[in-house]
Design a protein around this ligand. Structure first.
Ligand SMILES: [Zn+2]
Length: 318
């Protein structure tokens, strides 16, 4: 064996050392920025080729900002200098990390680990990949950890989910710009009954604007001939795991929609899927299993919404 071959064998042994934590390619910020830029560039070319003139003109006026500081949710703004859609690097890191982690989920406990991972990223701004996080996550996540590394097919699916998530997020923000949504003013405090009521009304308006932006995104994907892309945005909609008292937790989450800026994510997801099903049905008969799941979710959403409305009526000070 030549010296060079010996060195290669030694190198392979070092690389394959068990327990050694290698950085995954998505842990490099440059890879994430490249994913946003290329996805949005393709999407915008598609918008210019297939959208109505109003959407084409609007999109041509948008500046994309892939920010590395600030929050972890996409935003759009309109100022004197023009229109901007901001997609933070943290949003991309969280999306690809969750998409990759979801590829390994089999049991309810796995979703609990993944939800904790999401909370960890939201709280700390961490961008570490799931294999690095799970290394330190304790024994309850050991089985999930053992399913890494992902195979090439799973890596490709996760990447496709990232691309779909970026496209949906961009179009959601474009929807806010299309409808000329303005920031909803809220009272400075909620010490009086009047202010409490105006706060709740303001929050309800904000949530309505989110639904409108979601609908724009769903319908635009349909107009681009890619309605099914919505189905691959699951990293956006990971629900909190059920607790020892599942009814209480679910109820608590739904009722907290009253004071949330963004609607309870399961409500948004139910509406998005419902609209997507309508769009898919215009082209061909959707997969019966898919239709069934969406119908069940829609039914659940209607009942949950009724429960929230009843609770609102009994608790509201207005
Ligand atoms: Zn929004």
């Amino acid at each position: 064996m030549t010296t060079r071959a010996l060195l290669l064998v030694a190198l392979a042994a070092v690389v394959a050392k068990p327990g050694m934590c290698q950085q995954h390619r998505w842990e490099a910020q440059a890879a994430r920025t490249e994913a946003v830029n290329s996805t949005v560039a393709l999407l915008r070319a598609d918008l210019q080729a297939k959208s109505p003139a109003t959407v084409r003109k609007l999109d041509a006026s948008i500046m994309l900002d892939v920010s590395v500081s600030g929050g972890n949710v996409p935003r759009s703004r309109r100022t004197f200098s023009g229109r901007t859609i901001e997609i933070p690097d943290l949003f991309i890191a969280t999306s690809i990390n969750l998409a990759r982690a979801l590829r390994t989920a089999r049991r309810a406990e796995d979703y609990t680990c993944i939800y904790q991972y999401k909370q960890h990223m939201d709280r700390t701004g961490s961008t570490v990949g799931p294999e690095t996080y799970l290394e330190r996550a304790g024994t309850q996540c050991a089985e999930l950890k053992s399913r890494f590394p992902l195979g090439p097919v799973s890596e490709r699916i996760a990447e496709q989910e990232l691309i779909s998530t970026i496209a949906f997020a961009y179009l959601h923000e474009l929807g806010h710009q299309y409808h000329e949504h303005l920031p909803v003013q809220l009272p400075p405090d909620v010490s009086s009954k009047e202010n409490q009521c105006s706060f709740l009304r303001g929050m309800a308006v904000r949530r309505q604007l989110e639904y409108e932006a979601d609908q724009f995104a769903v319908d635009t994907l349909d107009a681009l001939g890619r309605p099914e892309l919505v189905l691959a945005t699951s990293p956006l909609w990971i629900p909190a795991p059920p607790s020892a008292a599942p009814n209480l937790v679910a109820l608590d989450q739904m009722l907290s929609e009253r004071i949330a800026e963004h609607p309870f994510s399961a409500f948004r997801w139910a509406r998005i899927l419902d609209r997507t099903l309508v769009n898919l049905s215009k082209r061909s008969t959707p997969d019966p299993a898919l239709r069934d799941i969406i119908e069940q979710l829609k039914d659940w959403e209607a009942r949950a919404r009724e429960m929230v409305a009843e609770s609102d009526q009994s608790l509201s000070p207005c």
